[in-house]
Design a protein around this ligand. Structure first.
Ligand code: PMP
Length: 363
């Protein structure tokens, strides 16, 4: 399998994000024929043994990488991150109950807003007043009556990340969409964690949800099965026709992550981020969005140019150098380089060289 695909751009988009070349190659082969079945993966029956084996292996790999026992249920659900923003309070927040939310960014805030449709969604701490350019300060104590505490481990749009997580004696739910498997975590500290696939875990269309089995008995409402975790768990992610192809790409990613190992990926991610942040801090034409070094994300590196004209010129310069997907989120502007697991150190070195060349020409 090739390490790279010729003519492929260096893609730094925040999601859908770059995938390793070998994953793309395996995934494309499966479209023509899946495992000598005489069928494309797009054609195989979703309740047959081939799909079952994809789910079984994926679930084993998730438990292995997260170091979890079968005390946890692994689910592959449709609907993306926003569907989880709905399902969590629907399932676990009673009408008269309060859930705590750590308001650390746009997605964290959205999760809180969705929560308020079903009960009281309380902001435990927030950095909204500084446009989320730092992590909020976690309070030393939190109300003890919370149904759960919801936290976003990496803030994709603003480029902040919890490297160490506050521990609290409450039900802890985390959105790990943009940093799952980018660094080791103590996954057993969470009662539920979830991640959309389209960043570190594959293609859009499926969300990994890992839920402690005891949570499944705590559903607060009678829900239609598609919105109920317990119903999905009972049917082992095949309640409806699952997005088999997207799950298969997640399986390829999980195999790739296991092969590289979480600790090696983490080391590489530290190196990649350090290289780019150093350049942003050094280069006269750029400045970082997140100045507090301990809050900086390893996954999404946000920066701006000193003026709008330079921004347009740098954008064109990147395009000319085959670098794509580096534009910042529309709500923040500037630039954002997403350095998920599939982005190589070589890719980041190229970006840094392009920034240096840009400084040489334009300053
Ligand atoms: N959570 C995080 C951390 C995200 O970055 C995103 C989107 N990129 C979402 C949730 C929303 O995911 P979706 O678009 O699948 O609803």
């Amino acid at each position: 399998m090739k390490e790279s695909i010729s003519n492929h751009k260096i893609y730094l988009g925040a999601g859908p994000a770059a995938l390793p070349a070998m994953v793309l190659q395996e995934a494309s082969k499966a479209i023509i024929e899946f495992q000598n079945s005489g069928l494309s993966i797009l054609e195989i029956p979703h309740r047959g043994s081939l799909v079952q084996s994809i789910l079984d292996e994926s679930n084993i790999l998730v438990r292995e990488l997260c170091n979890l026992t079968d005390e946890y249920e692994v689910l592959w659900l449709p609907g993306g991150g926003r569907m989880q923003f709905c399902m969590i309070p629907m399932n676990f927040l009673g009408d008269d109950e309060t859930a705590g939310y750590v308001d650390s960014g746009h997605w964290a805030h959205d999760a809180m807003k969705y929560g308020s449709h079903f009960g009281n969604a309380l902001s435990i701490c927030s950095s909204k007043n500084v446009d989320y350019c730092t992590l909020p300060i976690f309070p030393t104590s939190i109300p003890n009556h919370l149904a759960y505490l919801h936290l976003t481990t990496n803030n994709t749009i603003y480029g902040t990340q919890w490297h160490t997580l506050p521990t609290h004696n409450t039900t802890l739910i985390a959105d790990m969409s943009s940093d799952i498997f980018g660094l080791p975590r103590k996954f057993s500290n969470f009662d539920i964690f979830y991640a959309v696939a389209q960043k570190n875990l594959g293609a859009a269309g499926v969300t990994l949800v890992v839920v402690k089995r005891e949570m499944l008995e705590k559903t607060k409402r009678i829900l239609p099965p598609m919105l109920c975790y317990a119903a999905h768990a009972k049917k082992q992610s095949v309640l409806n026709t699952p997005p088999v192809y997207a799950i298969y790409i997640s399986l390829l990613m999980l195999r790739w992550i296991k092969h590289k190992s979480l600790s090696v990926l983490h080391e590489e991610n530290l190196k990649k981020a350090a290289l780019l942040y150093n350049e942003i801090d050094r280069n006269n034409l750029f400045y970082p969005l997140v100045t507090n070094e301990s809050d900086r994300s390893l996954m999404n590196v946000c920066f701006r140019t000193k003026d709008d004209k330079t921004a347009i010129e740098f954008s064109d310069f990147c395009t000319h150098n085959n670098i794509a997907g580096i534009k910042g989120h529309r709500s923040v502007g500037g630039f954002r380089a997403s350095l998920y697991n599939a982005t190589t150190l070589e890719n980041v070195k190229t970006l840094v060289a392009v920034m240096q060349e840009f400084e040489r020409i334009y300053s």
